[in-house]
Design a binder for this molecule. Structure first.
Ligand code: NCD
Length: 306
């Protein structure tokens, strides 16, 4: 039985296969409309979510399956003190596959050790978010036609932003990617990402503090929200929250075929005027999240189109 806990749980070949399938589904989803009839997806969300949970549920419903689950720890037996291990043992009796989001790093991995069904990590603390990465890769590939030979700017909260960690971990395998890491000094990528991802793959990178320093060279700009909920004190958040804001004015210095991505939710790091720029790809990215999750559910449940 296969789980998706870390982006590296799928090889480059498996990742590309999944993206191919997602592209096919985007083109014509009709052959998949009943592929998961009789199957149940459980969404176990111990942390807030809009896109990830709803796109998982939408994906399963569009495959003809059903969904159950909870959207906050308070509404489950966790509030009574139940462990993740016990919860997943029970959920394995009620569902065929589960997506779990948890504030503790490693919780979905622990769950996978006790689970009788495939577990998908839908975000664990400031650690990893592999299904957002699949969504990001699908969007990058559709925008640029490839996943190598490009300069990608990652901007915002690179320290706590799990989407950034997973994206770097996966992308570095595709080769010839230059990273420009755009953040205030205090929000730079954690050491383990620096060591295990960038240095281990000898990936070219540079660190800058402003968008202006990076803009002209970028093929992809990946914006992120400052992760307020992971700060230890409010003061630091208030001081750093407006560090990097993408405006229409700053975009003037960018390439005409740049693609701007954002996992969403956005707070104020991209001004609303940017939404009308043809380079803004973040709503298309949210749409791709459904296709990629449909492909992922099919793959993990080993079901084909009917
Ligand atoms: C992200 C997350 O939860 O990590 N959102 C998402 O899944 N689309 C990004 C964020 O919360 O900033």
């Amino acid at each position: 039985m296969k789980h998706l806990i870390d982006p590296l749980d799928f090889t480059v070949e498996e990742t590309l296969e999944l993206l191919e399938l997602a592209d096919q589904i985007a083109l014509d989803s009709a052959p998949y409309a009943m592929a998961c009839r009789g199957k149940i997806l459980a969404t176990l969300f111990y942390e807030p979510s809009t896109r990830t949970r709803l796109s998982f549920e939408s994906a399963m419903l569009r495959l003809g399956g059903s969904v159950l689950g909870f959207a906050s720890a308070e509404s489950s037996s966790v509030s009574k003190g139940e462990s993740v291990a016990d919860t997943i043992r029970a959920v394995s009796c009620y569902a065929d596959i589960c997506a779990m989001r948890h504030p503790k790093e490693g919780a979905p991995l622990v769950a996978s050790h006790y689970s009788g069904i495939p577990v998908i990590n839908a975000g664990d603390g400031g650690h990893q978010h592999p299904t957002q990465t699949l969504t990001d890769l699908m969007t990058i590939r559709r925008k640029r036609g490839r996943l190598d030979q490009m300069t990608i700017g990652l901007c915002g909260d690179l320290k706590f932003g799990r989407t950034v960690h997973s994206l770097m971990k996966s992308l570095v395998r595709f080769g010839d990617i230059r990273f420009v890491l755009i953040s205030p000094e205090e929000l730079r990528v954690p050491d383990y990402i620096m060591q295990d991802v960038l240095l281990a793959h000898s990936a070219p990178y540079r660190e800058v503090e402003t968008l202006e320093e990076a803009m002209p060279e970028l093929d992809i700009l990946y914006m992120t929200r400052i992760q307020k909920e992971r700060f230890f004190n409010e003061e630091d958040y208030v001081r750093l929250k407006d560090s990097c804001i993408l405006t229409a004015d700053k975009l003037r210095a960018a390439k005409s075929d740049l693609a701007v991505l954002h996992p969403l939710p956005r707070v104020n790091e991209i001004t609303a005027e940017v939404d009308n720029d043809p380079r803004a790809a973040y709503f298309e990215q949210a749409q791709n999240g459904v296709y990629v999750r449909m492909a992922l559910i099919l793959k993990l449940l080993e079901v084909a189109a009917c």
